[in-house]
Write a protein that binds this ligand. Structure first.
Ligand SMILES: Nc1ncnc2c1ncn2[C@@H]1O[C@H](COP(=O)(O)OP(=O)(O)OP(=O)(O)O)[C@@H](O)[C@H]1O
Ligand SMILES: Nc1nc2c(ncn2[C@@H]2O[C@H](COP(=O)(O)O)[C@@H](O)[C@H]2O)c(=O)[nH]1
Length: 208
């Protein structure tokens, strides 16, 4: 069985990763979503095991010590990390998985999965990013300011990614990501096809 494809969606806080991911998941129910672990306090309406696995700092440290995380990062005062086993199991079952994570973590995943597909979601402008973060109403002004200052550094790391997608309108951003996913599947099929042809050629040459 072919392994599934690993997609990583990152970009600054408030750009719309969660919104775009939720929309993609309704359009592509076969796409598996990786639920992260975090030490952040749950926001109103967030559920353990659905939005995140909410952990104490001690529990999170235990996950780090036990090598249970594929990657983790400390972001604006909290830990966030991707549980390893679920990602490995999903890929080995031939299913595609999407990780919605910040930039430091995405770069660590890239070291381990250079064949992953790395997509950076861009805001139409920094003003629009600030207005989305403020409009969400989930953070204090101090946290929003901190997240916006980190955003500038994150955007500077865009060149590490395979694709940049502007989230001007949710539906358009989803269509662009859908097109990337289709193209990556075609690339994978072509690669496998060429590999089969090469193996055929080798075995023919050996039989001559
Ligand atoms: N294309 C868009 N146009 C206008 N508003 C948007 C768009 N995409 C997302 N939003 C809004 O912007 C806010 C932030 O979106 P969201 O929570 O999805 O961002 P995020 O990148 O997942 O943030 P975080 O990294 O902090 O989890 C939300 O209020 C959402 O409704
Ligand atoms: N490196 C990782 N970053 C993650 C993970 N899960 C989420 N995130 C990112 O953290 C910030 C803040 O999230 P918020 O829910 O507090 O707004 C955001 O950029 C997320 O995408 C993870 O497993 N690893």
């Amino acid at each position: 069985m072919n392994r599934g494809l690993l997609f990583v969606l990152s970009g600054p806080s408030g750009v719309g990763k969660g919104t775009v991911c939720a929309s993609l998941r309704t359009k592509m129910p076969e796409l598996i979503y990786s639920v992260s672990a975090t030490t952040r306090t749950p926001r109103e309406g967030e559920k353990d095991g659905v939005n995140y696995f909410f952990k104490s700092r001690e529990q999170f440290q235990d996950m780090i010590q036990g090598d249970a995380l594929l990657e983790y990062a400390e972001y604006v005062g909290n830990y966030y990390g991707t549980p390893r086993d679920f990602v490995e199991k999903t890929l080995s079952e031939g299913k595609d998985i999407i990780l919605e994570i910040e930039v430091q973590g995405a770069l660590k995943v890239k070291e381990k999965f250079p064949d992953g597909v790395f997509i950076f979601l861009m805001p139409p402008s920094l003003n629009e990013l600030a207005s989305r973060l403020g409009g969400r109403g989930t953070e204090t002004q101090a946290t929003i300011d901190h997240r916006l200052s980190v955003a500038r550094d994150e955007i500077n790391l865009l060149y590490h990614y395979d694709y940049a997608v502007v989230n001007d309108q949710i539906d358009l951003a989803c269509k662009r990501i859908d097109a990337i996913m289709t193209a990556e599947h075609c690339k994978r099929q072509r690669f496998l096809h060429e590999l089969c042809n090469e193996l055929d050629a080798i075995s023919t040459a050996e039989n001559v």
